[in-house]
Write a protein that binds this ligand. Structure first.
Ligand code: FMN
Ligand code: SF4
Ligand code: SF4
Length: 437
């Protein structure tokens, strides 16, 4: 069995799974329940000057039968007093000395930052997370994403924190920015110990077509919210990889955004995270999801022969490169496994209308071994390999697992990247890019 324990920038945790700052991390009661269920850490709901929230606060993107594919909120930081929050952090730390408890903070002035950082350390918290990410409400008051979007401001405020910090400091980044590595580098320059990303993405999830007001609404009015949940995972992973690949960032990464299964966790780790944070999936399904996440990650690490999280962490980072380093001569074609094909012909429609018109429908008599469930007499798809550009679309729409395989084929050509092509063109070694085979 693999060792799931981590030391994240000096913060020890029995496993990499932390409850992210948000509604599930709002109280000692919840932290106890989270740790009992198996979570390794809790990042407390952001503490600051108590705010007033509105009703209602959440909305969701449902896709077909799938509920909460994306989640949107217009909630602010904690509405509980700092005294209550810090007292409860102390209580939790006392009962769970080996688990990670991190105080998330968002305040305004230098004096306030100094005060809250000191109070966090005094409460026994293992670390501090600086919330520079909230994209609604707090940014209008000059905090949250208003800080995270301006590397210079982020650097200055993080510098204030580092003046008095005695425990590790994690800077939580906003995704509402063109290049997330700019604030990540600023965090490094300011002396932060780690970064976490992503916070929520600006969003409007849906408009109520009766009232014509977007959800969630407050007395007939709405506002831009923060988007999270499974739908944001690709955006979050892109940003995590960008930071992990940047030598000027070079900080431990806590990955956040759409994590809900051990697979999500493993992917975030492979892209450079060492700790992981989860909010929406807990709000949707409760703390117990961590049991499957721990078991699944453990089994996966064992199956790959990895003994610790660190054996997997960052393994996929280098395989993401600039487009101009991809081999233009590499070729794959779609091949249908006729033992599995059910003859739904979704691949045919997709290629015909949305791709390169290289799947033909042929008489079923010309093909044997069509899979179970196929309607008798229905035409059968057949890929014209010489015209297939290997785009993947048919294999993505095919409802049968492993029925369409994207198979590499040899075309006898030497590898050639766009970068090499440009270099050879400049040297006069090549006249023009050869057409796609
Ligand atoms: C209702 C709600 C409240 C949140 N409140 C906070 C907060 O107080 N501080 C913070 O740093 N992030 C907050 N977040 C953002 C989450 O910590 C997390 O960064 C984001 O939801 C992405 O993770 P997920 O896809 O697992 O939800 C909140 C998210 C939600 C859904
Ligand atoms: S989508 Fe898949 S199952 Fe359907 S016809 Fe094409 S190959 Fe067969
Ligand atoms: S890979 Fe693309 S081009 Fe090739 S058959 Fe499938 S949809 Fe058509």
């Amino acid at each position: 069995m693999a060792d799931l324990s981590i030391n994240f920038a000096g913060i020890s945790s029995p496993n990499p799974f932390w409850v992210a700052s948000g509604p599930p991390a709002n109280s000692a009661y919840q932290a106890h329940r989270a740790f009992e269920a198996g979570w390794g850490g809790v990042v407390w709901k952001t503490i600051g000057e108590p705010i007033v929230n509105v009703a209602s606060r959440y909305s969701a993107l449902n896709v077909g039968q799938a509920q909460i594919v994306g989640f949107n909120n217009i909630e602010l930081i904690t509405d509980r007093s700092p005294e209550t929050n810090f007292r409860e952090i102390a209580e939790v730390k006392k009962r769970w000395p080996n688990h990670a408890v991190i105080a998330s903070l968002m305040v305004d002035t230098r004096e306030q930052w100094h005060e809250y950082v000191k109070r966090s350390a005094d409460s026994g918290a293992d670390g501090i997370e600086l919330n520079y990410g909230c994209p609604h409400g707090m940014c209008e008051r000059g905090m949250g994403s208003a800080v995270g979007q301006q590397p210079k401001v982020l650097e200055e405020i993080t510098g204030w924190v580092m003046e008095v910090a005695t425990i590790p400091v994690i800077v939580k980044l906003t995704p509402n920015i063109t290049d997330v590595t700019a604030p990540a580098r600023a965090a490094r320059r300011a002396g932060a110990d780690a970064i976490s990303l992503i916070n929520t993405i600006n969003s409007i999830t849906n408009v109520n077509l009766d009232t014509l007001v977007p959800e969630p609404y407050v007395a007939g009015q709405s506002t831009h919210g923060g988007y999270c949940g499974p739908a944001v995972k690709p955006i979050a992973m892109n940003m995590v990889q960008s930071c992990a690949a940047d030598p000027d960032v070079g900080l431990p990464i806590s990955g956040i955004g759409g994590i809900g299964t051990w697979r999500d966790a493993a992917e975030f780790i492979a892209l450079g995270s060492t700790s992981l944070q989860v909010c929406t999936a807990i709000m949707h399904r409760g703390f117990r999801i961590v049991e499957d996440m721990i078991e699944g990650l453990n089994d996966y690490l064992d199956s790959k022969g990895f003994e610790t999280i660190y054996d997997l962490s960052g393994k996929s980072v280098a395989s993401v490169q600039n487009w101009n380093t991809l081999d233009l001569h590499y070729q794959r074609v779609a091949r249908i496994d006729y033992e599995k094909c059910i003859g739904c012909n979704l691949c045919y429609i997709a290629c015909e209308d949305g791709a390169h018109q290289c799947i033909d429908l042929i008489s079923p008599d010309e093909r044997h071994g069509i899979g179970p469930g196929r309607l008798p007499g229905k035409p059968v798809p057949q890929v014209r390999e010489e015209d297939c550009v290997g785009c993947n679309l048919c294999s993505l729409v095919c409802p049968v697992e492993d029925c369409i395989n994207m198979t590499p084929i040899s075309n006898g050509k030497e590898p050639l990247t766009w970068k090499q092509y440009e270099e050879r063109l400049a040297k006069g070694e090549m006249a023009s890019i050869p057409p796609h085979p």
